[in-house]
Design a protein around this ligand. Structure first.
Ligand code: PMP
Length: 294
């Protein structure tokens, strides 16, 4: 039996039947809102400060005033983690514009809604983590950074969803989205890295990548391990000819890729992926495990 999800809405934990919002919430009507996905390990949220910073930045970018202080959000996060039956899990933190009349104008929306959901999450099977997953390059494109800055983690994931549906139809586990210029942006819910000749490359936010928290951990670890790394414009050709490729994300953690559009990659899991993946797990332990048990 999967562990039931827990819900915290606007100030308190609620049973599932009370975890409801009005249908006039602009988050539902227009996707007007933002969110974060946060993992906790040993009841400690991983990289919480970075997630809260990104939430504050997304809020500033869409002119949404946070309905409570960061300290209150941290309290709520700790409350739901303490109430969750498992030590490890995933939190979805959402801020919606709130309830208002029909029409796009948010000015008449009364008060943003703050929602936290605690859940278990298994984004990939142990076999997929060991052997890697298949990617396809989706025909659906990530919207241009001029249209919607990809650093805003908005509630609207429709193009990512359409891309993921393409992947499923093609028998692959994940899709890569290109930006309107044909540069690689990211996976439907993960950042993407390739390795070529010992060097790590990942697309830039300006090319359509979310500034992923896990992505920044990977870049930190690469520096510590003396693995050359850079942000770079990439095309599907770079994926097809890469030595290694992998995805990073809060839900995904690090997942190796074994095939892109039917082309097997040279190494999966590759040596650099394996080093980074090991270092990533160590980092999680270091930051979240009670000190006496390390
Ligand atoms: N890109 C997109 C579109 C995502 O939804 C996510 C998951 N939040 C990521 C990248 C990975 O970001 P993070 O490492 O912060 O979870």
């Amino acid at each position: 039996m999967p562990t039931p999800m827990l819900y915290w809405i606007n100030g308190r934990l609620r049973p599932e039947q009370e975890a409801v919002l009005p249908v006039t919430d602009h988050g539902l009507l227009y996707g007007d809102g933002i969110f974060e996905g946060i993992r906790f390990y040993h009841r400690h949220p991983f990289r919480l400060a970075a997630h809260l910073q990104r939430l504050a930045d997304s809020a500033a970018a869409i002119q949404l005033t946070l309905p409570c202080s960061q300290a209150r959000l941290v309290e709520a996060i700790n409350e739901i983690i303490d109430a969750f039956p498992e030590e490890n899990g995933y939190l979805r933190l959402m801020l919606t514009r709130g309830s208002g009349p029909l029409g796009l104008d948010p000015a008449a929306c009364r008060q943003p809604n703050t929602i936290l959901i605690a859940s278990q999450l298994e984004m990939a099977s142990p076999e997929q983590r060991r052997k890697g997953i298949k990617l396809v390059v989706a025909t659906v494109r990530r919207q241009s950074a001029d249209g919607l800055d990809p650093r805003i983690k908005s509630l609207n994931y429709l193009n990512a969803i359409l891309a993921r549906m393409e992947a499923s139809r093609a028998g692959a586990q994940e899709a890569v989205l290109l930006n309107p210029q044909g540069r690689v942006a990211e996976g439907s819910a993960e950042n993407l890295f390739i390795v070529r000749d010992g060097r790590l490359s990942t697309p830039r936010p300006i090319d359509g990548a979310l500034a992923g928290v896990t992505r920044s951990v990977v870049l930190e670890l690469a520096e510590a391990l003396n693995i050359p790394a850079r942000e770079a414009p990439l095309t599907p050709y770079d994926l097809y000819t890469a030595d290694e490729c992998f995805l990073s994300g809060t839900g995904a953690e690090l997942i190796p890729v074994r095939e892109v559009d039917g082309r097997p990659l040279r190494h999966c899991p590759g040596a650099i992926f394996s080093m980074l993946s090991h270092a990533f797990q160590q980092q999680i332990k270091q930051e979240t495990q009670p000190k006496e048990s390390i």
